[in-house]
Design a protein around this ligand. Structure first.
Ligand SMILES: [Ca+2]
Length: 276
């Protein structure tokens, strides 16, 4: 029994040392500062123990009417969205996450507990403590005219110059789907200087289904209160739009081709006159 306990103690010590070995000197300094702040009952203490809920969202009201838009301006999540958080993360409407208006949805990390070094998206989302989600149930039947599409504005930030501290993706029925550019996940390209960008998803492969789950999912290491030097490991989402995209009508194409032809003709006449 005593021997087992010793092995357990050695195992725990080695795993703690491994976690510490992965951190930058700056990060280690902030851990110390955070502990001191906590002792001094600082106002910057982060959400140490939000409610744990890792189950699929089943309480949200199905989205049946399109276009469906959500700009988070009511300051609370609508009945059509389930916010699901684990122990070291959160997702909530905040002013900081707004692309426009007063609110956007802010996905964030927490404390370093449970975080390891992640080299790819699968490893990162295998984390169980830092993953937060917004889940929707889409009921497209009967399908409208055009291709069911999803768009929203996305901005991400990360801490300690480590872009692998923050990852974001979209899933249908639990499977990651690519955006219009083929990206199965998103990461910021700078720690804090990225702007909001519009991301688009083609959902037409699912529009014949009676219903499907649509999930916006984030995994991030730290929350915004952790370090004064960084904004946190966050994904900010605003202006969600679920709609049926119509193909460009043929009449519009003929106008476009007509402009090119006439433009070419005018240029030809101009050149001829110039050469004459
Ligand atoms: Ca907004």
């Amino acid at each position: 029994m005593k021997q087992k306990f010793t092995f357990l103690l050695i195992g725990l010590t080695i795993s703690s040392l491994l976690v510490v070995a992965q951190m930058s000197p700056e990060e280690l300094r902030d851990i110390k500062r955070f502990e001191m702040q906590k002792d001094a009952a600082s106002t910057k203490v982060l959400n140490v123990a939000p409610p744990v809920d890792n189950t699929r969202g089943v309480t949200s009201v199905g989205i049946t009417s399109f276009p469906y838009t959500e700009d988070f301006e009511s300051g609370v999540f609508p009945a059509t969205m389930d916010a699901i958080t684990a122990s070291q993360c959160d997702v909530k409407p905040t002013a900081w996450a707004a692309e426009s208006g007063n609110y956007g949805a802010q996905f964030e990390g927490g404390f370093y507990t449970g975080w390891a070094a992640y080299g790819n998206v699968t490893e990162a989302f295998a984390n169980v403590e830092h993953v937060s989600k917004l889940e929707m149930i889409i009921e497209p039947t009967p399908a409208g005219a055009g291709q069911l599409s999803l768009e929203f504005d996305l901005k991400q930030v990360y801490t300690y110059n480590n872009k692998n501290y923050e990852w974001f993706r979209v899933l249908v029925n639990g499977n990651p789907i690519p955006d219009a550019n083929g990206n199965l996940y998103h990461q910021a390209s700078t720690p804090m200087a990225d702007n909001f960008a519009l991301v688009s998803y083609d959902l037409s492969a699912y529009q014949a289904l009676t219903s499907f789950d649509l999930t916006l999912e984030n995994v991030g290491k730290y929350d915004p209160g952790y370090s004064t030097a960084y904004d946190g490991d966050l994904a900010c989402v605003d202006n969600i739009n679920l709609f049926y995209a119509l193909p460009v009508p043929i009449s519009d194409w003929s106008v476009f081709i007509g402009i090119i032809l006439i433009g070419g003709f005018v240029f030809y006449r101009f050149r001829r006159r110039e050469l004459a």
